[in-house]
Design a binder for this molecule. Structure first.
Ligand SMILES: [Zn+2]
Length: 458
């Protein structure tokens, strides 16, 4: 699976990091790559679960791009059977849920950048201050919290300890604990001196060490490899525009992961780091705040194979006073560069939206000022900050989620044959995109045909 090795002559910029001379021709020459589908099955149905669920008199947001329409939805075992107008007489083995024409049935949501093992710590290093036993419990609790908030898809973007994501994914898979369908991740891989949080990172310098780190993590059984390629202005000294990977290191990590059918996601804030991702075929680019024009052209060229997730809520909360109780004032945030980054990132996301690059919500929940349970703020950010319509925001949170998880034909839509991962929401989310921020507005949550939550209408 060779990745282009020689510079082309089209590049205008000089970003360092071995990038000189590499341009859009190198991106065009990237070999086609499709990851091996990860295991997303769950066995959570209980013996006394009804075989069928009929949602009647609901408004359906089916995530095909269609407007919301009135209808019924029939679920049988793990899958959606029928959607729209159809004849069906419920039998004793059918649970009937009536939306009275006032509730919206839609796919469960995705968090495109999930840290199940982040423990709502008030400090960066606090993520690993727990003994492993307590940490497992925290991780299990966040998996449940995601589902309680209507999230049925989580794309793992690093785990605080090597096996936390894996163990929790397995527990969800076997029905031991409730949680979303998950792609698991290990720790972040970074280079010496390049770890924003050393305790959750694995160091690797040079191509051979990268290959070894990726091989070790894959041997544990994870789905995603996470590279931490830049600093972050939330850190006191490691700025977001510093880049800690070379082209050779990035290429080695991606080649190794892709050789095994895995996905690579990367913490990449600087222009150079996003360029490295584009040149090597990193599948999921996180943040991408400082992508310059030439890099943006490369991302557009790759728009059918890459995903971007800005995870804007965390820096935003750091700027607007949310982190004051934890020692980060808006003034400090501005001095460190966070305010500027949020501004630049919003412009970049608007540009990506215009160019049809797939941008997904979610990210970096699990710190004290962006705690678990507040995930749905992202849906409003897409509308308020990136110029998305509410419908586009919901499509990014559902249908694009199915694509990112690698299952566009069974995840992220309310259509016959799709997994029965659906939520019944009060009112019309297209009129109020903040509706998901209160779990009391989530009337029913079904995953894999199993009712996780259902509030009886009085
Ligand atoms: Zn993150």
């Amino acid at each position: 699976m060779a990745i282009t090795t020689s510079p082309s002559t089209t590049s205008k910029g000089a970003l360092g990091h071995g990038l000189d001379g590499y341009g859009i021709d190198n991106v065009r020459a990237l070999p086609h790559y499709t990851p091996t589908p990860a295991d997303i099955t769950i066995s959570n149905r209980l013996p006394n679960d009804k075989k069928k669920i009929l949602f009647k008199n609901v408004n359906v947001f089916d995530s095909t791009g269609a407007d919301i329409y009135p209808g019924d939805v029939l679920i049988e075992n793990e899958h959606i059977q029928k959607v729209g107008k159809f004849e069906f007489t419920p039998d004793a083995d059918t649970l009937v849920i009536d939306g009275h024409g006032k509730k919206t049935l839609m796919s469960g949501l995705i968090d495109a950048h999930t840290h199940l093992s982040w423990n709502d710590s008030p400090t960066l290093d606090g993520l690993t201050s727990l003994p492993i036993e307590e940490h497992v419990l925290h991780t299990a609790r966040s998996a449940r919290t995601y589902l309680d908030c209507g999230y049925t898809m989580c794309f793992g973007a690093a785990s605080a300890q090597p096996r936390l994501d894996l163990v929790i994914k397995q527990a969800i898979k076997t029905g031991m604990i409730p949680g979303p369908r998950t792609l698991s991740s290990c720790q972040e891989i970074t280079t010496t001196g390049g770890a924003i949080i050393p305790s959750i990172s694995k160091m690797a310098d040079g191509a051979d060490a990268m290959r070894q780190a990726v091989r070790e993590f894959i041997s544990l059984g994870i789905d995603n490899i996470k590279l931490s390629m830049t600093g972050d202005y939330v850190h006191e000294t490691m700025g977001a525009e510093e880049t800690y990977y070379t082209l050779n290191e990035t290429r080695a990590a991606v080649e190794e992961a892709h050789g095994r059918g895995k996905r690579v996601c990367a913490h990449a804030r600087s222009a150079a780091s996003v360029r490295l991702c584009a040149l090597t075929g990193v599948d999921v680019i996180y943040h991408a705040s400082f992508a310059d024009d030439e890099t943006m052209d490369m991302l557009e060229e790759l728009k059918d194979r890459i995903f971007v997730a800005p995870a804007i809520n965390f820096p935003l909360e750091s700027c607007n006073g949310g982190a004051i109780p934890f020692g980060l004032t808006p003034d400090m945030a501005a001095k460190r560069g966070l305010v500027r980054e949020v501004d630049v990132a919003c412009k970049a996301m608007k540009e990506m939206h215009k160019r049809g690059i797939r941008v997904l919500p979610g990210g970096d929940y699990g710190f004290a000022w962006a705690p678990h349970g507040t995930y749905a703020r992202d849906l409003a950010h897409f509308v308020d900050l990136f110029g998305y319509t509410p419908k586009e925001s919901l499509l990014a949170a559902t249908a694009l989620g199915g694509e990112m998880m690698g299952y566009p034909d069974v995840l992220g839509r309310v259509q016959p044959g799709y997994y029965a991962d659906v939520i019944l929401v009060d009112g019309n989310p297209l009129e109020d995109i903040t509706v998901f921020q209160e779990t009391s507005n989530l009337h029913t949550i079904v995953i894999n045909g199993h009712v996780h939550k259902n509030v009886t209408i009085g």
